[in-house]
Design a protein around this ligand. Structure first.
Ligand code: HEM
Length: 499
């Protein structure tokens, strides 16, 4: 879950954030590095494939331990595209003592998406981050078959009947939120979208008990919990007494308590609602066992945070692409008028589905700015791909950002062109794993449909309210220092539409 969604270019972000880490953290890291250097040398020898098997080409580095951390961290996409040009679809390199093997392009990526979790393992790379945030007994803290059962329960709760109810709730939240913007001005759009996504997700996914107590203090607890998805958390043991770890752990306890209270209130009320909390209260494992309150609370946290950065960065980038391309923005608004009339009748699920132009804009945003930059797995057993043998111990990675920008796969790859998706795949070929913003295989996202409903509803409402242009800082640069690649200086200029 990105959040669970993890990934987010853990590694790239990790390196960038190293620059921002406190002196204490750096001292700790240096000590750790010195102590582990001998072990690493041994480990790297052990990581070579045995016999005459061919290891993936290894990008050489003269910097011990850190390896390519700095150049990757400064610009992961350029690093990976250049490596693909030079070494082909499978290559390895070292960063902070770990060996990363990237699978670029569809044929190579197929290894990850078709693999079994016991061979290419997700929890070993993700649980360090998600464990302290979601808590015990859920997601990557349980054996994979159990997580698959939990995903199935969550998926049952994300259904079309519910989406029909979600749409007016999201419209109301969005209209209410943007009242504070007035008639015109310049504002930080990423901050706005982050707040709006948390409010709408809480309304739709958590139910009335939780949404009714959602205030600044609760939002602050979510931010502190969310602060657990950091480079430090990925690099350092959980017991290190960092203030951000402490905040995360305190916030975890408090948020859990909020959910325990809501669960108890729901049970005592004897009312049944048609929402996610009810789905989880009613769900059972194959064994017949119901979820414990702790599991339900952990899954509710995961559900909220999985969509938080992913959907808030996507909506923000989408608005900036539209602000930059006035004609495309106008097409989106005209689509609203042609489907809902000049008076702009209320949005509903069936008509929203018809909004195919805005949907293509969202799809194209997810191609150029997929929030999860890299999906990672720990290689547990020797794997063969395109003639190369990957030994156990490598971190095997697939990057949507890279696959979705390959020049040999996408015409005019860098250009924002929603109409490329008028063709079946939008790409030059119909290779299966070229467009993968939601992943694929057994770890595939379960939140895609909800995210589409949520973002399309927010963006349609937003464009009905405002016309937008780039703010004074211009089109935002990508902030590689964050786990999910967020926009830097995301200031948008807006003007209320005349009704
Ligand atoms: C634009 C929005 C989103 C994007 C781009 C996105 C992307 C992804 C990706 C790439 C993965 C695969 C991770 C991997 O293979 O390592 C994933 C998994 C997942 N996502 Fe999403 N996600 C989004 C929104 C959501 C939402 C709204 C939810 C929940 C309501 C959600 C829940 C999950 C869950 C439960 C997994 C499964 C993780 C696993 O099985 O290992 N996501 N997502």
């Amino acid at each position: 879950m990105e959040t669970v969604n993890t990934g987010g270019g853990y590694s790239g972000a990790a390196m960038e954030q190293l620059q921002e880490a406190s002196i204490g953290t750096l001292a700790l890291l240096t000590t750790t590095a010195v102590l582990t250097v001998t072990l690493l040398a041994r480990k790297m020898l052990a990581e070579k494939p045995q016999g005459d098997k061919r290891a993936p080409p290894h990008i050489p580095s003269t910097i011990p331990y850190l390896g390519h951390a700095v150049s990757f961290g400064l610009s992961p996409l350029e690093f990976l595209l250049a490596a693909y040009e030079k070494y082909g679809p499978v290559f390895s390199f070292t960063m902070v003592g770990k060996t990363f093997t990237y699978l670029v392009g569809s044929d190579a990526a197929a290894l990850m998406f078709n693999s079994k979790n016991e061979n290419l393992n997700a929890e070993e790379v993700y649980n360090k981050l998600t464990g302290p945030v979601f808590g015990k007994g859920v997601a990557y803290d349980v054996p994979h078959p159990v997580f698959l059962e939990q995903k199935k329960m969550l998926k049952t709760g994300l259904n079309i009947a519910r989406f029909r109810e979600h749409i007016p709730m999201i419209v109301d939240e969005t209209e209410e939120y943007f009242k504070r913007w007035g008639n015109s001005g310049q504002k930080d759009l990423f901050q706005a979208m982050s707040e709006l996504i948390i409010l709408t997700a809480s309304s739709c996914l958590h139910g009335p008990e939780i949404r009714s107590i959602m205030n600044e203090a609760v939002a602050q607890l979510y931010w502190e919990l969310d602060g657990g998805f950091s480079a430090e958390a990925w690099l350092l043991p959980t017991w290190v007494p960092l203030p951000s770890f402490k905040k995360r752990d305190v916030a975890h306890k408090k948020v859990k308590q909020i959910f325990y209270n809501a669960i108890q209130k729901r049970r005592e009320s004897n009312e049944t609602h048609d929402d996610m909390l009810q789905t989880l209260l009613d769900s059972t494992y194959k064994s017949g066992r119901h979820l414990t309150d702790d599991e339900i609370a952990g899954m509710m946290i995961g559900l909220l945070l999985a969509g938080q950065h992913t959907s808030s960065t996507t909506s923000t980038w989408m608005a900036f692409f539209l602000a930059q391309n006035k004609e495309i923005q106008d097409n989106c608004f005209e689509e609203q008028q042609s489907l809902f009339g000049k008076e702009l009748a209320p949005l509903d699920y069936d008509s929203l589905k018809e909004c195919s132009y805005i949907e293509r804009c969202l799809k194209e945003t997810l191609r150029l700015r997929p929030p999860i930059m890299t999906m990672m797995r720990m290689c547990k057993t020797e794997q063969t791909v395109l003639g190369y043998t990957i030994p156990p111990g490598h971190q095997v990675c697939v990057s949507p950002t890279t696959n979705q920008k390959l020049k040999d796969m996408w015409e005019d790859a860098a250009t924002f062109n929603p109409d490329r998706f008028l063709s079946k795949t939008g790409a030059v070929s119909d290779d299966k794993f070229i467009y993968i913003p939601f992943g694929a295989g057994r770890h595939r996202c379960i939140g895609e449909s909800f995210a589409y409903v949520q973002i399309k509803t927010i963006m349609s409402t937003f464009l009905r309210l405002f016309e937008v242009e780039l703010g004074d800082p211009g089109f935002p640069e990508i902030n590689y220092a964050t786990m999910i690649h967020t926009p830097l200086n995301p200031i948008i200029k807006y003007k209320k539409r005349q009704s």
